[in-house]
Design a binder for this molecule. Structure first.
Ligand code: ADP
Length: 500
């Protein structure tokens, strides 16, 4: 009754060509919306594992396929497997609607239960395959199935009309179930609206006589609106979730930045607090070692030398931390000038050679005379010193470390490698070793000590020079660190302030 009040009684028979064009357009639109609903439900299932959404995804996928085949079975379309007819199209139609009615009812009754399937994709693919096979079987066995449209009287059969009312019944039951659930999920509310609109569509389908009737098209329009309303509900929810996740991420990001700033401030303050007493300890031990302040016995001299060495070690680490925080704050100044690489390499090698000799590790240098770099000599020494100290630390007695430097004319850079045949680094750790405070977590390398600052500093210093550093290593066989620095190009000295 309500339907008649709303749409009036304009039950016209439309000219076949116009009807077919409109029908195909409406049905294709409906197939697209069905598939979109299926995809949205599928993603919801993948992320939240809710049984309801898996059923909805499968149902709407079957609906998309069945409605598509229904469209292909219309008179005027090329034959689909067997001869097309209004009865064939109506049969597919009613199958789709019954699947829709029962499927959505089933999904809603399954509530929000969790469903962890190990093979959801296989299940989805299987259902699709079985439904396509059944639809092909329908085409083949159509003459043996009950008729849905009578071509003689040009009207739907009673069974078809009855089935439409069953679908209306299923929609109504689903609406009642949804309203009884008192769910807070907005998608359920949209589903209620969609089903209510769907009921109008079904009434239109139950009402028409001639297949080219205006009520048939009206029903299709209601169906599209109904599906679109479901899609809107899903879309709103997905966007809402995205928005919420974004907000949570922004808050977390803000918090992380704050913590990072606090960490930098803490490091900067600690540096200052540590450097002052350390410098005093070093200065006083040096004074004590000076003969003018009085004589010390051999043991006292040894102890004071130990204190001096350890304090210098500690000061080096504190200085490295200070350098890293300066780089992070964009406050590191590079004094770029013409650097004669051979001299820097020779100085560093000579400085560290006694430690190599003590450990019986062979240090070889292979550097051409004419390699000129545009960079900060002190920082390049620092890079080399760190790489050489690591190479020494992680190479057992009897091993070998090689420094090699060569010109790479193509990139206008000088490539310097520090290669050892020590304990090496696992492939899975090779990227992480350049991170601040990262140390390979293996008993073998942990026993070497260190603070995990050196390589992070090296990487930052190389990058400040506009260069890159890479690592090739094989656990148990050794490591090769290669860094490239720009060649000197006769433009003279420049002081560069690298800010953030
Ligand atoms: P650390 O002060 O611990 O040496 P680094 O930043 O210099 O800190 O090095 C980080 C980690 O990388 C080290 O703890 C070590 O596990 C690994 N590593 C660095 N250089 C070598 C190398 N030449 N051979 C093997 N492992 C190395």
């Amino acid at each position: 009754m309500l339907f008649y009040l709303l749409v009036g009684k304009i039950n016209l028979v439309i000219e076949s060509e116009i009807f077919l064009t409109m029908h195909i357009t409406l049905e294709f639109a409906s197939v697209i919306v069905s598939m979109l609903v299926s995809i949205f439900c599928w993603y919801d299932y993948v992320y939240h594992q809710r049984q309801k959404m898996l059923i909805m995804a499968i149902v709407f996928c079957i609906l998309g396929i069945t409605d598509f085949i229904h469209t292909l079975s219309y008179l005027g379309m090329p034959n689909f497997i067997t001869d097309n007819s209004a009865n064939k199209a109506s049969t597919y139609w009613i199958i789709a609607r019954l699947v829709q009615g029962m499927g959505i009812f089933l999904a809603v009754c399954s509530r929000e239960r969790e469903l962890r399937l190990s093979t959801p994709t296989t299940m989805f693919a299987l259902t699709t395959l079985v439904s396509v096979a059944s639809l092909i079987a329908v085409a083949v066995y159509l003459p043996y199935l009950p008729s849905m449209y009578d071509p003689v009287s040009k009207a739907q059969t009673t069974l078809k009309v009855f089935s439409e009312y069953i679908v209306i019944g299923l929609y109504s039951l689903t609406i009642i179930s949804l309203l009884n659930n008192q769910s807070t999920d907005k998608r359920d509310l949209w589903l209620v609206y969609a089903l209510a609109i769907g009921i109008f569509g079904e009434v239109a389908f139950a009402t028409y006589d001639h297949v080219y009737s205006s009520y048939n098209l009206l029903g299709h329009m209601f169906k599209i609106i109904s599906f679109s309303v479901i899609l809107k509900g899903l879309f709103d929810e997905a966007l809402g979730q995205l928005h919420k996740t974004n907000e949570a991420l922004e808050t977390a990001n803000h918090q992380l930045k704050k913590t990072d700033r606090l960490k930098d401030e803490f490091l900067a303050n600690t540096n200052h607090e540590l450097r002052s007493p350390l410098t005093a300890i070093i200065a006083f031990t040096e004074l004590l070692l000076d003969k003018h302040t009085g004589s010390l016995n051999e043991m006292q001299t040894d102890y004071i030398n130990e204190i001096n060495d350890s304090s210098n070690d500690l000061l080096n680490r504190v200085n490295e931390l200070r350098d890293l925080s300066r780089i992070k704050a964009g406050k590191m100044v590079l004094r770029t000038e013409k650097v004669i690489l051979k001299e820097v390499v020779k100085n560093q090698a000579n400085r560290i050679r006694p430690q190599f000799d003590n450990k019986n590790v062979n240090l070889k240098v292979n550097c051409l005379n004419n390699l000129l770099i545009k960079g900060d000599e002190e920082r390049i020494s620092q890079i080399l010193n760190n790489l050489l100290s690591n190479a020494l630390k992680f190479t057992p007695s009897g091993g070998e470390v090689l420094i090699n430097a060569r010109k790479d004319c193509a990139s206008e850079q000088v490539e310097i490698t520090v290669e050892d045949n020590g304990i090496g680094i696992n492939l899975s750790e090779q990227e992480a070793v350049f991170q601040m405070f990262y140390q390979v977590d293996g008993t073998s390398s942990r026993s070497y000590g260190g603070a995990g600052i050196g390589l992070s500093l090296v990487k930052n210093l190389v990058e400040l020079h506009g260069g890159i550093i890479k690592l090739e290593s094989c656990s148990g066989k050794g490591s090769k660190f290669t860094f490239a620095l720009p060649m000197y190009n006769k433009k003279g000295n420049t002081e560069v302030q690298y800010g953030t």
